[in-house]
Design a protein around this ligand. Structure first.
Ligand code: HEC
Ligand code: HEC
Ligand code: HEC
Ligand code: HEC
Ligand code: HEC
Length: 342
């Protein structure tokens, strides 16, 4: 009985420690940015870094994903395997895609400082939003992760990597979905390395009834922090078909019973109502990943139904080769919802 309790306790601990860093402190920290009078070869060369870490965000998050690596890698040294949609069984990119391609083509990713130069088309102006006045950073005031009210990569997410986050409630950066302050969601254990209908992130969305409505816990509201007009265009005041801009935070269940949308995900899933990792839909309830959907607040269009946040091999960070279809590719994720347009 006693041992049984200990076992239950240990199992409980291991799940609650899900997305927390582990291992010797010295693997990630250096007290003086010096060891034996110099810096170690595995450290970053531009230190000392804040929070006494051995590398910056990009330094630690550069590598090749294998499915068992404990650090999510978002930048690869060599071209990553993306396949057609970043979801096939031969791929090694994660949910956000990869920053590899933006290093040579501005439109294939977010031009984050330290990875790529300033975007030659947009400069620091997010389309649909206002000038950031500074190049994009990983986190903080000019970035996506961390607290947007605080400037600086480390300052804005201090403590997040050590936060026990078995509950994602948005109350702190560490307890927010992927350190995106206030955003909710279910976090897949391997960050969607080769995701399937049963193993994937579950994104948070809401079924809105007006264009100006905005709930900061949705993944689309994160994008809207910078690209506001594409999500809640205050000036248009329009909401409904025929649309002025593609709807987001809007449920497929709003369409008529016999509509093409009710056959989601068309050819990109095993049957109507199966979840598709090619064109994912969000839900209001994010307590667990959904393998099937009921067209009731669980088939919500999000920005990342079509885009990936970091980058892809395609222009505009699109998940599939939109501009190459038909011809170059047979895959066009638009058909997951627009099932009669193939
Ligand atoms: C796998 C890498 C990793 C390991 C191992 C690690 N840390 Fe950290 N730690 C980080 C990173 C990254 C940050 C900065 C970003 C953040 O705070 O989320 C950090 C931040 C901190 C901070 C400042 C934020 C806070 O939570 O107060 C302290 C203190 C700290 N670590 C102490 C330790 C100690 C002590 C150990 C060993 C028991 C340790 N760390 C092991 C990666 C690591
Ligand atoms: C010393 C190495 C190190 C540094 C520096 C570091 N990270 Fe991490 N990061 C890790 C490791 C290891 C993990 C996986 C453990 C975890 O999920 O907390 C991780 C996880 C993450 C995650 C995923 C969290 C989740 O919910 O799965 C994000 C997002 C992230 N880091 C962003 C950043 C940002 C932004 C910075 C710079 C401010 C940064 N990291 C700096 C090592 C590092
Ligand atoms: C912190 C501000 C910020 C956030 C948050 C943000 N973006 Fe951006 N985005 C920018 C800026 C600045 C640009 C223009 C420069 C560039 O491409 O890096 C941009 C460009 C883009 C582009 C066009 C890329 C190109 O070069 O043509 C797309 C598509 C995009 N963002 C989608 C998204 C999506 C989807 C999200 C949410 C997952 C998001 N963005 C979140 C700031 C942001
Ligand atoms: C996750 C599902 C989903 C995906 C993926 C998707 N759409 Fe849509 N789309 C919708 C929904 C829902 C509507 C609104 C339908 C309505 O109100 O009747 C819509 C509306 C539209 C409209 C306007 C129709 C109108 O009634 O005004 C166009 C055009 C459109 N989508 C094109 C595209 C294209 C092109 C793609 C691929 C880049 C795409 N969609 C991907 C779900 C999706
Ligand atoms: C239905 C699929 C779909 C959804 C949902 C969607 N986008 Fe896009 N987005 C596209 C496509 C396709 C393009 C490129 C061609 C175009 O604009 O028609 C694009 C282009 C962009 C651009 C570049 C615009 C330019 O001037 O080149 C930005 C920025 C962007 N999207 C951000 C967002 C944000 C933010 C959201 C959520 C509020 C979002 N997108 C939702 C499909 C989508």
């Amino acid at each position: 009985m006693f041992y049984w309790l200990i076992l239950v306790f240990l199992l409980g601990l291991s799940t609650s420690a899900k997305a927390v860093v582990s291992g010797p402190c010295s693997q990630c920290h250096t007290m003086h940015y010096s060891q034996g009078g110099g810096i170690l070869t595995e450290w970053g060369t531009n230190g000392p870094y804040k929070a006494l870490v051995t590398k910056d965000c990009i330094g630690c998050h550069t590598g090749t994903n294998t499915g068992v690596n404990k650090t999510p890698y978002v930048l690869s040294v060599d071209a990553p395997a993306y396949g057609e949609t970043g979801t096939e069984s031969t791929t090694n990119t994660l949910a956000g895609g990869n920053f590899y391609w933006v290093q040579t083509e501005d439109s294939k990713g977010h031009n984050v400082e330290g990875i790529a130069g300033i975007d030659q088309t947009w400069n620091n102006i997010p389309p649909g939003g206002s000038d950031l006045g500074h190049q994009l950073t990983c986190a903080g005031r000019y970035g996506c992760h961390g607290d947007p009210n605080i400037e600086g990569n480390f300052a804005s997410l201090l403590g997040a990597h050590h936060t026990k986050d078995s509950v994602i409630d948005g109350s702190s950066v560490g307890k927010s979905y992927r350190f995106l302050y206030q955003v909710l969601g279910y976090e897949d254990d391997d960050w969607e390395y080769r995701p399937t209908a049963t193993e994937h992130n579950q994104y948070r969305g809401i079924d809105r009834s007006s264009d100006t409505q905005n709930d900061p816990s949705t993944i689309s509201a994160l994008c809207a922090r910078c690209h506001g007009d594409y999500h809640q265009d205050i000036s248009s005041g329009a909401w409904g078909s025929p649309w002025l801009r593609h709807p987001t935070d809007y449920d497929l269940g709003n369409t008529a019973l016999g509509s093409e949308y009710r056959n989601y995900p068309g050819n990109y899933g095993s049957a109507p109502g199966a979840y598709s990792v090619i064109a994912p839909v969000a839900s209001e309830d994010v307590s667990a990943p959904k393998s099937t959907v009921n067209f009731q607040n669980d088939t919500i269009v999000t920005c990342i139904s079509c885009h990936r946040a970091h980058g892809t091999p395609y222009p505009r960070l699109l998940r599939w080769n939109y501009f190459g279809w038909p011809g170059t590719t047979e895959v066009n994720g638009c058909h997951a919802c627009h099932t009669t347009k193939d």
